[in-house]
Design a protein around this ligand. Structure first.
Ligand code: NAD
Ligand code: UDP
Length: 344
């Protein structure tokens, strides 16, 4: 059944892949994005890849009620909302917590208020595995306590709580998806992650080293209590994550109200930094030079999902391998050495 879906932050890394999946499934989309960390070119390519123009763009800020109203008013009734718009840099959130509370929390509040006004109370929200803080027992289940240790994670947990309260107050249906580490790109190499400046995250850093844009990878610490001493994360292919959004939205739309759901979205298989480097080398035939440096402040030794609830409730599990994550991320980097901004 074709749905009309409002996607905030739809031009970003995860949003663009989700737009592609939803367009390919025949849905009609309205994207609200202020291009703070993305480019309209991503949406042009998404439509080209999908062979669909069922996407209306409203350029604006999710904190601006009139922009959100405009998105709701740009066509027929909206069946559900997927809310990606937000900020995600841990270090930046420590230096500028008010910005994170404004964009992530106030932005979600303005969006939810607009949803009330327009009678649309079905929402999929981008939450994060960092909600669990520095856990000691694995794998992480959704009923384990949240203990966010930096403003970024704190704002995400605050929004989860605001949405849970809405579900207690009226006919809302909400899914908070706690993503682990999304990586890779669409296999076409046409859309992918486009970080500004020096990448913070492991995968884009590795692909830029592979491309010769950076000299070597710096591995942040080899003295963690893990088998090879480097940090462990649960990396998943961004296309698997995109598909989880389609399933979550459809699931919500079939539930009676109120309904509230929190789901881990990961593979359940943690990989160390060294295992990722080796996996990338095996998938591409390239060598990634690295040096081991000090731990990065704020990093936790290990995050690893128990993805069973998503499997049981949504029938979703991550299908793509580390090899595919590396191959597809590398194809995107090769085809777009400067991301969306430079010549391709
Ligand atoms: P991204 O930066 O690529 O995408 C976010 C999008 O939101 C961008 O297109 C940006 O321009 C837009 N945006 C930002 N502020 C906005 C505002 N005020 N109004 C309108 N649009 C705005 O990030 P992403 O990796 O695609 O992440 C999407 C969401 O998932 C974010 O909320 C992020 O916190 C969350 N998340 C990401 C990860 C990850 O590892 N990438 C992990 C867990 C959670
Ligand atoms: N990491 C690293 N070098 C880098 C970037 C990241 O060694 O240049 C490590 C980091 O310490 C962590 C893992 O790679 O153990 C994943 O980090 P990333 O920033 O990609 O994700 P997050 O910290 O959000 O889990």
């Amino acid at each position: 059944m074709s749905r009309r879906v409002l996607i905030t932050g739809g031009a970003g890394f995860i949003g663009s892949h989700t737009c592609l999946v939803l367009l390919e499934q025949g849905h009609e989309l309205v994207v609200l994005d202020n291009f703070d960390n993305s480019s309209p070119e991503a949406l042009r390519r998404v439509q080209e890849l999908a062979g669909s123009t069922q996407l209306t763009l409203v350029e604006g800020d999710v904190r601006d009620a009139s922009a959100v109203d405009k998105a709701f008013g740009s066509g027929g009734a909206v069946d559900g909302v997927i809310h990606f718009a937000g900020l995600k840099a841990v270090g930046e959130s420590v230096g500028n917590p008010l910005l994170y509370w404004d964009v992530n929390v106030n932005g979600s509040r303005v969006l939810a208020a607009a949803m009330e006004r327009h009678g649309c109370r079905t929402l999929v929200f981008s939450s994060t595995s960092t909600a669990y803080g520095e856990p000691e027992t694995f794998p992480l289940r959704e009923d384990m306590p949240t203990a966010p240790v930096h403003p970024y994670a704190q704002t995400k947990v605050a929004v989860e709580q605001m949405l849970a309260a809405l579900c207690r107050s009226g006919p809302w249906r909400v899914a908070s998806l706690r993503y682990f580490n999304p990586v890779g790109a669409h296999p076409s190499g046409q859309i992918g992650e486009d970080p500004m400046g020096i990448p913070n995250n492991l995968f884009p850093f590795i692909t830029q080293v592979a491309a010769g844009r950076r000299e070597q990878l710096r591995i942040f610490g080899q003295d963690y209590p893990t088998p090879d001493g480097t940090g462990i994360r649960d990396y998943l292919h961004v296309m698997d994550l995109a598909e989880a959004h389609g399933k979550a939205l459809e699931h919500l739309l079939q539930q009676p109200t109120p309904y509230s759901l929190t789901l881990n979205i990961g593979t359940g298989r943690g990989l160390s930094v060294l295992e990722v480097v080796q996996g990338f080398e095996a998938a591409t035939g390239l060598t990634i030079p690295y040096e081991v440096v000090e731990r990065r402040p704020g990093d936790v030794p290990r995050l690893e999902a128990c993805p069973q609830t998503a499997q049981i409730v949504l029938g979703w599990s991550a299908r793509r391998t580390l090899e595919e994550m590396c191959r597809d991320g590398w194809a995107w980097q090769q085809a777009n050495p400067s991301g969306y901004r430079g010549p391709t």
